[in-house]
Design a protein around this ligand. Structure first.
Ligand SMILES: [Zn+2]
Length: 487
């Protein structure tokens, strides 16, 4: 019997609002000493009242709109009860039957095949505190800085059919969260966390069998590895006639690459959900919800396709760029500056601008990993530097140095190049001395070149480049060298 996997995901995102979900404490878990961003509300003291964070609600709706979800006109918070030291109130404020966003779907491309992953719902809740269990200690530590911080949960339909699909879906949803700037969505930092549900069924059948939930997967790789392991484990169980008959919860041991059984999961009834009496339900007008949709920025997949078409760049380059929205807009601004150069004044034609756009892309990806360090560089100045590189005024090898100086002083490239003396040396007279020296110092290499070993020429070019501290124009050096040697 052939079996097929049925996979669903639950993804949590820490929203990066300035304050917590229901109090005015700063949302800065991890950045400050433990238990320094707390108040009676997020510590669950009796008599305190929660006040919902408006921005967190808007951001959840924004994410819902990006995932093509229905946006609820009426929504409310509920109390979800369970007892655990990281939950001071004894309940978590979450959403049960009236989440902010309902059914939707996100299209992804896996190995050239387009498929839509169904979304069940998106809701908003508060995070619990963070427990740590120091090794060998007889106590545990709790950091309440995380208690009451806003957490968005996305639940998918069980429509994923492979670990690869699950991984690609998660990467896409991470890109969207970053594009919307609602979460930094770094899985290693716990800003994005994933639980994966998986069951098997005979291929072609439609029923669902009891699922296994794998909790707390904190990297894309682990999600794929854990699912692959479960497919293997459950396939063997099916073959031996002992397919899972009840729902179970497992954890993933990344060192050994295996999942192991954990506590059995509470059923919804065990949580004794009831409406949060301290927060009245919300109502949203169609106009308000329409505005949420209208204000969505261009989403990553659309942007990727447009970048590839508009700038004629590779999918890999485009993907790298849009992974960082700040860099993507810096690139777009630079490209638009370059497009304006296509005029009589600079004598650049559209054909010449195209390679400049690619040069910008490569330079941005290679040099500008963190835009924060390059705030003083305007797209106009960056574009001008690209033109100077293209015209041979400066070498590729000195770009990093020039950019650092531009970032430090905010100066335009022309000025910076002059100050640094970084202009490329193309002048024959200026190079003559270095070329002669390289030839004299390497007679055996010269012999090889004379014997027809053209590749040896590059060695001498390298010598001249070193002597000029990288400022010589390598093409002209090569021409001059071969001219001189073959005389
Ligand atoms: Zn607080």
């Amino acid at each position: 019997m052939e079996l097929e996997p049925v996979i669903g995901l639950e993804i949590h995102f820490q929203l990066k609002t300035k304050s917590k979900m229901f109090c005015r404490c700063k949302n800065i878990f991890g950045d400050v000493p433990p238990n320094s961003a707390i108040c009676p509300i997020c510590l669950g003291h009796p008599g305190t009242l929660p006040v919902p964070n408006k921005l967190a609600i808007e951001w959840t709706q924004r994410m819902g709109a990006a995932l093509n979800c229905e946006l609820a006109t009426v929504s409310k918070f509920d109390r979800k009860h369970y007892f655990y030291p990281d939950l001071p109130k004894g309940y978590q404020i979450s959403q049960f039957d009236q989440p902010l966003c309902g059914a939707g779907g996100l299209e992804i491309t896996v190995a050239g095949q387009r498929t839509t992953v169904g979304i069940t719902r998106l809701h908003l809740e508060e995070d619990a505190a963070k427990n740590t269990h120091p090794e060998g200690a007889k106590y545990s530590l709790i950091d309440f800085n995380r208690a009451g911080t806003p957490l968005m949960e996305i639940v998918t339909e069980p429509t994923l059919t492979s670990p690869l699909q699950a991984k690609i879906f998660l990467q896409e949803i991470q890109r969207i969260a970053r594009t919307l700037m609602v979460s930094d969505a770094d899985m290693e930092k716990g800003q994005m966390r994933c639980d994966a549900n998986i069951s098997l069924r005979p291929a072609g059948s439609t029923g669902l069998h009891p699922k296994t939930e794998i909790k707390n997967l904190n990297s894309f790789k682990f999600v794929a590895q854990a699912l692959t392991y479960e497919i293997k484990r459950q396939t063997e169980a099916w073959k031996q006639g002992v397919a899972p008959e009840t729902q179970s919860t497992r954890g993933f041991n990344s060192k050994e690459g295996v999942t192991t059984e954990q506590r059995s999961k509470e059923e919804a009834a065990d949580y004794r959900y009831f409406p949060e009496p301290d927060i009245p339900p919300f109502e949203f007008t169609d106009q308000q919800l329409g505005t949420v949709r209208a204000n969505l920025p261009e989403l990553p997949l659309k942007k990727l396709t447009r970048f590839m078409r508009e700038y004629d760049i590779s999918e890999q380059g485009a993907a790298q760029l849009i992974a960082n929205p700040g860099l993507a807009s810096f690139f777009e601004a630079t490209a638009s500056e370059l497009a304006q150069l296509d005029n009589e004044e600079t004598e650049l034609t559209a054909k010449e601008v195209a390679p400049l756009v690619k040069l910008s892309l490569n330079t941005i990806l290679r040099q500008v990993s963190d835009l924060a360090d390059y705030q003083k560089i305007t797209p106009a100045n960056f574009a001008e530097l690209m033109v100077l590189v293209h015209q041979g005024r400066v070498n590729q090898g000195t770009i990093a140095h020039i950019l650092q100086e531009m970032a430090r002083t905010g100066g335009d490239p022309d000025h910076v190049i002059n100050t640094l003396g970084a202009a490329q040396v193309s002048n024959e007279a200026d190079l003559a001395e270095h070329i002669a020296a390289a030839i004299t110092a390497n007679p055996e290499v010269v012999d090889k070149i004379k014997a027809g070993k053209e590749a040896a020429l590059q060695y001498l070019v390298g010598q001249v480049m070193a002597r000029t501290k990288g400022k010589a124009n390598p093409k002209i050096v090569a021409t001059l060298l071969s001219k001189k040697i073959k005389l």
